[in-house]
Design a protein. Structure first.
Length: 253
């Protein structure tokens, strides 16, 4: 695996996608690519400027963690810090991630549909369980409607206390297939693994596409030691993950 240390924006965004809570406090105030949600917005506000309010983001983020990781947390049980990116900033990150990858001019047109779905940008939140400082999650959602397009546990690479076996690719694909069925976002057989993945420590990210398309629709993160699903990304977030993975790690076949 090779690191592209010179692409600061890409590396920062990659850490945000991975749910690394420490990056939020470490970003300089003049960083262009991220901005913190205004904390002075009134709690009763549901929507402003066509995007979700801070309170809505908090509630939906907790709901997502509870749904996919089997928790029963309330908003009073967590600490949350949220940043946002607008559509132009997402395009800029995608352009940086594909820099020097021999892409044709105007390649963003290929992802026009996925980019249009986040016309109002995205929110990226780090959620910490107040009662367990190691229980930390990253949530990415569409700023317009709150659809969760990314979710992961920060300690995804933590080695399980008891390991019976290490899953091979076939075993991890089987685990990912089971998870996709439970998501409810795709009909059974709608997606297929496209044989590509990348490794980061114990975690493998598997990429899926629709059977009638070459564009990735979903990626699922699996801990190879425990066989647990530790995260997923959808739509434009999967595309960003894919290109960042190519730049920072290289895609395996």
């Amino acid at each position: 695996m090779r690191m592209i240390a010179t692409l600061l924006v890409v590396s920062v965004f990659s850490m945000l996608l991975a749910g690394c809570g420490g990056i939020y406090s470490g970003i300089p105030k003049n960083t262009v690519m991220v901005k913190k949600i205004n904390q002075d917005k009134p709690a009763e506000e549901v929507e402003y400027n066509g995007v979700l309010s801070e309170e809505s983001v908090k509630t939906l983020s907790v709901n997502a963690v509870n749904k996919y990781f089997g928790h029963n947390l309330s908003v009073d049980d967590i600490l949350i810090e949220t940043t946002s990116m607008n559509q132009q900033q997402i395009k800029a990150v995608l352009a940086d991630a594909t820099n020097d990858m021999k892409m044709k001019l105007g390649f963003l047109v290929e992802y026009k549909e996925q980019l249009s779905e986040v016309a109002n940008g995205i929110y990226m939140s780090t959620i910490v369980n107040k009662y367990d400082s190691e229980d930390v999650y990253g949530v990415v959602m569409n700023a317009k409607d709150g659809e969760v397009v990314g979710l992961s546990t920060v300690n995804a690479e933590k080695r399980p206390t008891s390991v019976e076996k290490k899953y091979d690719i076939a075993g991890m694909v089987a685990k990912a297939d089971q998870f996709i069925v439970t998501m409810g976002d795709f009909t059974q057989g709608q997606l297929e693994w496209d044989d590509s993945y990348y490794l980061s420590g114990y975690v493998t990210e598997l990429y899926y596409k629709k059977k009638d398309s070459d564009v990735v629709e979903l990626s699922v993160l699996i801990n190879a030691l425990s066989g647990e699903v530790v995260g997923f990304y959808k739509d434009i977030m999967t595309i960003l993950q894919l290109w960042i993975g190519k730049r920072m790690y290289g895609i395996s076949k």
